[in-house]
Design a protein around this ligand. Sequence first.
Ligand code: AMP
Length: 221
Amino acid sequence: MKSIILIAPPAAGKGTQAKLIASKYKLPHISVGDLIRASLNDDSAVNKLIKEQMQSGKLVDDDIIIKLLKERLNKEDCSNGYILDGFPRNINQAKIYDQMLEEINREIGHVILLEVSKDITKNRIIGRRSCSKCGSVYNVLFEDTKPQKNNLCDKCNLSLIIRDDDNEQAFEKRYQTYLKETEPIVKFYKDKGILNVIDSSVSPDYTFEQIEAVINEVNND
Ligand code: AMP
């Protein structure tokens, strides 16, 4: 098993799928957004700038991302492969990652693009709520994923929270950032012949079935 790269517009289900793959294939799930959030442990000027960049839907500087990622990939649990959720997000990161792998004589395993329309992803983002205690995620705009009681976690009965960058303005910015910065890496991996395009508009289960087919097919080669 090698590494898996997940590329997707905001709220296409990247995090959900990364968790499912991690659990089935026993691979560490590396969410670069979470790595950044975990590194913001004081109110220094640099951290304030990073928070602003995240809240406004811009990308955080490549140097910061590469440093955090290298530290994470050096950990023992990554030696048999891992899932990258949110990296690379632009061509420069994709090229740096290629060099990093070349230096340690490794290859990318699968690159998976989750495809879904802008309207669907927008509603997924602006309706998203989560429980700060158990991490359960809901969407107040969809009947099947609404909490049973208004804005309360079904399991913990605590008020649900909205992530800082889950608002319509930030969504638009994140979406534009995706089109401008991240979509070019789709072509980059397509030209290398390692891109797999998956329909992520139906349901998490259906998306995961297609991902499993990609992973199993390549592993059986
Ligand atoms: P995510 O949790 O993947 O939605 O990421 C949340 C935010 O973290 C993004 O909108 C960016 O501001 C930042 N971020 C995450 N991954 C990267 C990356 N690879 N490069 C630059 N910024 C990133």
